[in-house]
Design a protein around this ligand. Sequence first.
Ligand code: EPU
Length: 422
Amino acid sequence: MEKIVIRGGKPLNGSVVISGMKNAALGIIFGCLLVKDKITLEDLPMISDVKLSLEILRRMGAEVAENADGSVVIDCTNAVGGISPCDLVKKMRASYYLLGAELGRFGRAKVGRSGGCDFGTRPIDQHIKGFEALGGVVTLSDDYIRIEAENGIRGSELFFDVITVGGTINMLLAAVLAEGTTVIENAAKEPHIVDVANFLNTCGAVITGAGTDTIKIKGVKELHGCTYAIVPDMIEAGTYMIAAAATRGCLRIENVIPKHLESITAKLVEMGVSVDEFDDAIVVSAPDPLRHINLKTLPYPGYPTDMQPQICALLSISEGTSHLIEGVIENRFRYVEELRRLGASIEVNGKTATINGVSGLHGARVRAVDLRAGAAMVIAGLASDGVTEIEDIHHIERGYNDIVGKLKKVGADIEKVEIQTL
Ligand code: EPU
């Protein structure tokens, strides 16, 4: 087991290059199951969730090979449904995409319960509503979810009761090979939805409207192979934007789509951070002190819940009192206790955190309680005086490609160290 050790207080300066987006990559990897042909994926972030997803497909009979240039070739021609390995499936949330992908390819699915970050209950009732609308009969047991569509998958109209990223992607996967047209209303609009739809369209699917709240999927008979490059990760980019601001440094963040970052940029500018946009890069620098703000997380194009812990870390060292409302996920403040260990002054009441800015944080031993919480610990550690040790970093490694290497290159004193056990 390893931990991250940071000697804080050093401003980040230089350039950092953003990797492909985790939450697009995961939908696309499981989407490969729908294609009986070779797919070459470029800009796949080699994070642990991606490696796990590739291993799940391999165990289902897919051929997966890495090229010398880092691209990955996936061929699911001989893949078999209903046999995904439970031990791996339960380690990640996105393995629920196997439900949509198996249903789309085989007309039935049997998949173990998925895992992922612990945010309280994370229902999938909307996914189930979608599968049923397409003609699937869903059976739930403690260990498995089974879907049977005896008369085949048929296009249908569906209105999601809540905006769901996973539910929208699962419907895309389940419906692309259906007979007839499927219409999803109140669909999620995140850039990763658009990227999964673009990938499927490159394979021959006919999907329109992705990125709006109405998506139409005209079923096709089969999909074909392609080469596809994953979109840059807006959450990784946002995390480096906040790390630059928290250390009062100046970072050029490359391989980004500035439009995807607008809600993050807007809140940082409101705090006094300077953000300059270029075609595929942004430059972020910050004066001292930064100002307090109020913020509520929302589905895209609102401020992302996956950037909530990181901005909380920044607000904890900004002047005045900020109010942060979590508007998407049931329980996403478990990390606050860890930030308090570093000297932050934060009270949580239900879905609202009240943050009283302090003049500085101090190093301590903390845990990454989930993926983005871990990113917040890294940011806080970089901005703290003294040494911060972060444990449970496997959460961070699920979603950030070489975070230690990238931060080192821009001046952070950060390393991964083996935890000594007696
Ligand atoms: N919801 C329901 N019923 C459903 C589905 C969702 O009530 O059937 C609720 C959830 O409980 C939650 C809200 O709707 O309160 C949004 O959930 P959503 O389905 O959009 O989230 P998800 O698909 O489980 C994905 C990302 C998360 C990200 C959320 C929100 C993946 C693999 N995960 O989760 O990413 O926080 O969307 O944007 O794409 C992360 O990357 O750190 C991460 C947690």
